[in-house]
Design a protein around this ligand. Structure first.
Ligand code: HEM
Length: 410
């Protein structure tokens, strides 16, 4: 994590206190992860504590439940928008601090979480690009925060896209997630309303035979194998943003998250033979090994041919097209969660992947990969549809910096 210039330094260089209050001061420290002290859980999870300064959403192990909520500010003139955004962030920061100290029971009398442990509760906040424009901060908006171009797999519905602010709440228990989201959204109801929201889940460590195993998505695939790890030297350059320009330095050391609501056509998926399902992704269903390999962490052999001269990993297999070899080295940290909203009015399963990808710059990561998936005719595209999408800037949490800077809001 780069240390970056001090907040005071940025403010001094900025001149406009209002702008600084929103873009620089507001999100410093806007995240908190509460680790569960339960010794029983200690035994079931291989734990690594939060890396200093990493948004809680990036801490491993990932929680079993998340809820990603996008909110829009109430319409206002630019100055009003900046003020409202500052107020929302201030209110959330107060509550995040209180939650961190006391859990929800300490914040709300009679909360549904009474008797529950926070269980790895983590709250992460993000800013949408439109908010910065609306608040008169367009020149402080990093180019990396631009909306990605349209892709072949997109059937995006505007009401499921974008948003001024992102609230990302994760915890082991869905009651904790639900109660915390409801509380935080309720706290800012005078200033912002929910635009879209999507709860996601993955298998719980308690039910997993091997809690350290990579989880499976609802298509049954082991999903999340190839990902940078915070221990690796490549993690920071791939996942954390580097901004030396003073105008965008508020995001130096932060991360850009691309969120996608990707519906899976599950009704017919399991009618395909297991071999056909394996060819779609290019990995085996049972152990996640690349086709032609023997272990999940084997490097896919993209040059291998079978006896007939055909590629062992098909030309349109998802992992071939998404590989760094095919995308000029594009990398991101993918954190996928399942969603299952039952069946839609069309009688089809309303299920899929709450895809989140964290990167230093979406233009050279998410967008580069999605473009390669399009151009190569990703075999997965016949079974999925992107219905929602957004990009948010998640600024860094810097130790030693003052928390929400109330005195700076306009
Ligand atoms: C419902 C949609 C999707 C499903 C079911 C899915 C599933 C998978 C699976 C099973 C793997 C192999 C295991 C792994 O490495 O995690 C994989 C790899 C990967 N996917 Fe996806 N994926 C989806 C969408 C996307 C999207 C939208 C992107 C980015 C634009 C993406 C980027 C990648 C990358 C970069 C890899 C690793 C490739 C490599 O081996 O180097 N995926 N995906």
């Amino acid at each position: 994590m780069s240390a970056g210039p001090s907040r005071r330094g940025i403010l001094a260089g900025m001149g406009a206190a209002g702008a600084a209050g929103l873009a620089a001061g507001g999100l410093w420290g806007a995240g908190a992860a509460r680790q569960d002290p339960d010794p029983a859980r200690e035994m079931t999870l291989s734990r690594s504590g939060p890396r200093e300064g990493l948004p809680p959403a990036l801490v491993t192990p990932t929680p079993a439940h998340v809820h990603v909520v996008a909110l829009d500010l109430t319409e206002d003139a630019p100055k009003g928008s900046a003020h409202r955004a500052g107020r929302v962030l201030e209110l959330w920061q107060q509550d995040i601090d209180a939650l961190h100290g006391d859990g929800l029971d300490g914040v709300v009398e009679g909360a549904p979480t009474l008797g529950l442990r926070p269980a790895s509760l983590g709250v992460t906040l993000g800013l949408g690009g439109a908010l910065l424009d609306r608040a008169g901060l367009a020149e402080r908006r990093p180019d990396a925060l631009a909306r990605p171009p349209a892709f072949a797999a997109d059937r995006l519905r505007p009401e499921l896209c974008d948003g001024d602010l992102m609230l990302h709440v994760g915890a082991e228990d869905p009651v904790v997630v639900s109660a915390v989201v409801r509380h935080l959204v309720g706290r800012v109801r005078d200033h912002a309303r929910v635009r879209w929201a999507l709860p996601g889940f993955q298998r719980h460590a308690v039910t997993a035979e091997d809690p350290s195993a990579t989880p499976r998505n609802l298509m049954g695939q082991i999903d999340g194998t190839v990902n940078p790890h915070p221990r690796e030297a490549v993690f920071a350059p791939q996942v954390l943003a580097a901004h030396t320009d003073p105008a965008t330095a508020w995001m130096d050391g932060g991360s850009y998250v691309v969120v996608r609501r990707i519906r899976m056509a599950l009704d017919g998926w399991f009618d395909l033979s297991p071999e056909d399902r394996e060819r779609v992704v290019g990995r085996r269903l049972d152990d996640g090994a690349p086709l032609g390999g023997t272990r999940e962490d084997d490097r896919p052999d993209l040059a291998a041919r079978d006896g007939d001269g055909n590629p062992v990993i098909p030309a349109d297999a998802h992992i071939r097209l998404a590989s760094p070899e095919n995308t000029l080295g594009a990398r991101m940290l993918r954190r996928g969660f399942n969603y299952d909203l039952g069946w839609g009015p069309d009688g089809r399963a309303n299920t899929g992947l709450l895809f989140t990808a964290w990167q230093a710059d979406p233009r050279t990561a998410f967008t580069a990969v999605q473009r390669a998936l399009d151009e190569g005719g990703d075999a997965l595209n016949a079974h999925i549809v992107h219905e929602g999408g957004a990009v948010f800037a998640v600024p860094p949490i810097r130790e030693g910096e003052p928390r929400a800077a109330h005195d700076l809001w306009p």
